[in-house]
Design a protein. Structure first.
Length: 328
């Protein structure tokens, strides 16, 4: 399967991403073919490979870049990301992701759990083989912990009608932003940059990740189910309250609360009403402003990066601007 068409503009990066995808495939070799098929179906489910792309681009700032190593670490990070998505779908009872049936809906929860676990193992096998020191392995371990904390934070706040904006940001900092941050840090650090420089790269990644998740949550209130590849406002039924809704609640709790208290019993007509109320109370507009703030912080960080012979800086700026301005 070919990588996402968005990379056609960047032929050298596209080549490395194709190799990354092949390495991910080659990392999967199981006697249990049902689990293997489940893993392969997730690897080929049409993801944009954003995290490995950032890892590969940030690796171009170091003097000791080795293409084979950079690709292996990019594959490790995407395997980790894929594992978290599989487990996410199990926890959320999700049937659809990227407009395709999830592994849990195709093969059942047990197979999905084993598939996700296997990808974690594959991730750390690649890290063990290609990391220049224990630093990257330690950071990946800490990142997994932070991702889990974000997921648990989201779980703890399910149906929490008093959830704050700060709690939301803390959850997405772990759930989404951490892997972007890790990708940027490891890319730079493992190619020979200083730890200080790599940490700055990680901060850029965190801002990208936070903006990316906010925009994802905005799309729930601006797109159709077909456009975003999953049911609109399904998260609200499951008690997961994202930024546009939290802003709307700040504006008028009284109108929204009777709907939200229905939880899973919400009808399609009622979720449609919530959709309209969130817009009318300015929830989407306020969320867009916060996404713009994090986007500008990320772009400002990129502009301060040094120029490279590979023009990585300009590519990072253009790609980041594009994915954070997306409407689907």
């Amino acid at each position: 399967m070919n990588i996402h068409p968005m990379w056609k503009t960047y032929p050298e990066l596209a080549k490395e991403l194709n190799t990354t995808l092949k390495l991910m495939e080659n990392s999967v070799n199981l006697k249990n073919k049902e689990v293997e098929n489940a893993v392969m179906s997730m690897i080929h489910s049409g993801g944009k490979l954003l995290r490995p792309a950032y890892q590969l681009l940030f690796s171009q700032f170091g003097e000791n870049r080795e293409s084979k190593k950079a690709i292996a670490l990019a594959a490790a990070i995407e395997l980790l990301h894929t594992a978290t998505l599989i487990h996410d779908d199990i926890v959320d009872d999700s049937d659809i992701r990227r407009s395709l049936p999830t592994i849990r809906s195709q093969f059942g929860n047990s197979t999905a759990v084993y598939a996700g676990d296997y990808l974690f193992v594959s991730c750390f096998k690649l890290l063990a083989d290609y990391s220049s020191s224990l630093k990257s392995i330690q950071l990946n371990s800490r990142s997994m912990e932070k991702i889990l904390s974000g997921e648990l934070g989201q779980m703890d706040n399910r149906y929490n009608l008093d959830m704050t904006i700060d709690q939301y940001l803390e959850n997405i900092s772990g759930k989404t932003a951490e892997l972007f941050s890790l990708s940027c840090f490891v890319g730079a650090y493992e190619s020979g940059t200083s730890e200080r420089f790599a940490k700055n790269c990680g901060q850029i990644g965190e801002n990208i990740g936070i903006a990316f998740q906010i925009i994802d949550d905005i799309l729930d209130y601006t797109q159709s189910p077909e456009q975003i590849g999953k049911p609109v406002l399904e998260d609200v039924r499951q008690g997961i309250y994202s930024l546009p809704l939290l802003y709307a609640l700040e504006e008028d709790r009284g109108t929204l609360l009777p709907y939200l208290k229905k939880g899973e019993a919400l009808t399609d007509a009622e979720t449609n009403k919530i959709y309209k109320l969130v817009h009318s109370f300015g929830g989407v507009t306020k969320a867009q402003k916060l996404a713009e703030k994090y986007t500008q912080q990320a772009l400002k960080g990129i502009t301060k990066l040094p120029e490279t012979s590979t023009d990585a800086k300009n590519k990072l700026f253009t790609i980041t601007q594009a994915i954070l301005a997306r409407t689907n």
